[in-house]
Design a binder for this molecule. Structure first.
Ligand code: 8ID
Ligand code: ZN
Length: 350
C-alpha cells in the first residue's frame, strides 16, 4: 500500500521558491530501504543548502531535510538486517561507499563519495524517503518519532563534538549558539556526561531555556556583553576559562574569538558552518596556551547509535515545536532571523 505519489517540499533553483507539491514516490535500490517519514527536524544546514551558502553544489531539483524519523515500508533484495515495520532514522550521511580508507576505519563522514540527505540525494522533507540500509539509524519502537528526529543530526553531531573536544566530567564547556537546535541538544548531552556548561547566545527566551531547562550554569548574552571574552572566563571558578568550546553558531565572529577565552591546554571544536567564514586565532596565545582548534563533522554509525541510546535512557530533553511540512518556509524565515529557541519538527501528514 505504498502510494505512487506523496507530498514534498521541493526547490528547483538555489534560493528559489520552495514548492509544496505532490511528487512520485521513489523505489528503493537493492541495498536501500524506503522510509515513510513521520517527522523531520529542520536543521540550519537545510537553510544553508537552500541559500547555496557552501562551496558544494546540491542536486537539483532538491528535496531537503536530514533529520527524518519514520517506518520502513519497502526494501531492496539485498537488505537483510532491516525489516519492514522497523523504526529508522535518515541522517545527513544517507550512504557511504563502506570500502574506502575512511569507511574502513569507521570514519564514514570522511568518505570521498558520500550520499548526503537533502543535499546530494533527496531528503526528509517528503513523506517517503530512500536511505541506504547500512546507514539508516535504528530507532527503538518505544521512542517517540517526533522527539527523536532532532537527535538524528543535531544530537549525533554535538555528542560527537563533545567527545572530540576531550572535555571530561567536572570540567567546563562553552557552547556558542546554545539557544539554537544543536546548542540545545549539546547542553543536554554535556549535562548527561557530567560536564559543566557556559551557554552563549542572545535574548531572554534563550537565556531562560538554557538556565532553567537545559542545564547551563551561566549564560553570556553576546549582544549585551561589553566583553564576551572576559565574561566567559569569569564564569569558570578560577577565571581561566572553559576546557572546551563547542562552536555551533552561524556567525564568523565567535570562530575568531574562542581561542581567546578557551583555557590553556583547551580545545576549540568548530561545528557551525557560517557562509564564507574563516577561522582566526592569535598565534602568540595559541602557542603559549598550547590550545587545539579542530573541526567535527556529524558522527559515524556507532556515534549515532550511542546518541540515540542517551535519548532512550531519558537523559536528553529539549524543547521543540511541531508544525506541518507545508509550513517549512515560515520555519526558514524564523531561523534566518535567529528567532528559534530549540528546534522545529515537521509533521509530514500536514
Ligand atoms: O557536522 C556538522 N559540523 C554540522 C551538523 C549539523 C549542523 C554542522 N551544522 C551546522 C549548521 O549548518 C549551522 O551552520 O551548525 C550550525 C548550527 O545549526 P543549528 O543549530 O541548526 O542552527 P540554529 O538553530 O539556527 O542555531 C544557531 C544559533 O547561533 C546563535 C543564534 O542566536 C542561534 O541560536 N548565534 C549566532 I547566528 N551568532 C552568535 C554569536 N555570535 C550566536 N551565538 C553566540 N554568539
Ligand atoms: Zn543537520
Amino acid at each position: 500500500e505504498v502510494p505512487q505519489e506523496q507530498w514534498a517540499q521541493v526547490i528547483s533553483k538555489t534560493g528559489g521558491p520552495i514548492e509544496y507539491k505532490k511528487i512520485p514516490v521513489a523505489k528503493p535500490g537493492p541495498d536501500e530501504v524506503l522510509v515513510n517519514i513521520k517527522y523531520s527536524g529542520v536543521c540550519h544546514t537545510d537553510l544553508h543548502a537552500w541559500q547555496g551558502d557552501w562551496p558544494l553544489a546540491t542536486k537539483m531539483p532538491l528535496v531537503g531535510g536530514h533529520e527524518g524519523a519514520g517506518i520502513v515500508v519497502a526494501r531492496g533484495e539485498l537488505v537483510e538486517d532491516v525489516q519492514i515495520g522497523d523504526h529508522v532514522g535518515i541522517k545527513w550521511l544517507n550512504g557511504s561507499c563502506l570500502s574506502c580508507d575512511f569507511c574502513q576505519q569507521s570514519d564514514e563522514p570522511l568518505c570521498p563519495k558520500p550520499d548526503l540527505s537533502g543535499y546530494t540525494v533527496d531528503g526528509t522533507f517528503q513523506q517517503y524517503c530512500i536511505g541506504k540500509a547500512a546507514h539508516v539509524a535504528r530507532i527503538p519502537k518505544e521512542l517517540p518519532l517526533d522527539g527523536i528526529a532532532p537527535v538524528l543530526c543535531a544530537g549525533i553531531t554535538v555528542y560527537k563534538g563533545l567527545k572530540e573536544s576531550g572535555v571530561k566530567p567536572g570540567q567546563w564547556v562553552a557552547i556558542v549558539g546554545a539557544g539554537g537546535g544543536l546548542g540545545s541538544l549539546a547542553q543536554q548531552y554535556a549535562k548527561a556526561m557530567g560536564i559543566r556548561i557556559i551557554a552563549i547566545d542572545t535574548g531572554d527566551e534563550k537565556k531562560d531555556m538554557c538556565i532553567n531547562q537545559l542545564g547551563a550554569e551561566h549564560f553570556v548574552d553576546f549582544a549585551k556583553s561589553s566583553n564576551v571574552v572576559k565574561d566567559v572566563q569569569a564564569a569558570t571558578p578560577d577565571g581561566l576559562g572553559p576546557h572546551a568550546v563547542l562552536l555551533v553558531a552561524v556567525n564568523e565572529k565567535p570562530f575568531q574569538q574562542a581561542a581567546e577565552y578557551v583555557r590553556p591546554r583547551g580545545t576549540v571544536v568548530c561545528i557551525g558552518l557560517p557562509a564564507g567564514a574563516y577561522l582566526r586565532a592569535p598565534v602568540f596565545e595559541s602557542v603559549v596556551k598550547m590550545i587545539t582548534i579542530k573541526g567535527s563533522y556529524v558522527g559515524n554509525r556507532k556515534d549515532s547509535a550511542e546518541a540515540i541510546d542517551f535519548y532512550a535512557r531519558g537523559l536528553i530533553k529539549f524543547p521543540f515545536k511541531t508544525v506541518g511540512l507545508s509550513e517549512l518556509p515560515d520555519v526558514y524565515a524564523k531561523m534566518k532571523k535567529g528567532e528559534i529557541a530549540g528546534r522545529y519538527v515537521l509533521d509530514t501528514s500536514k
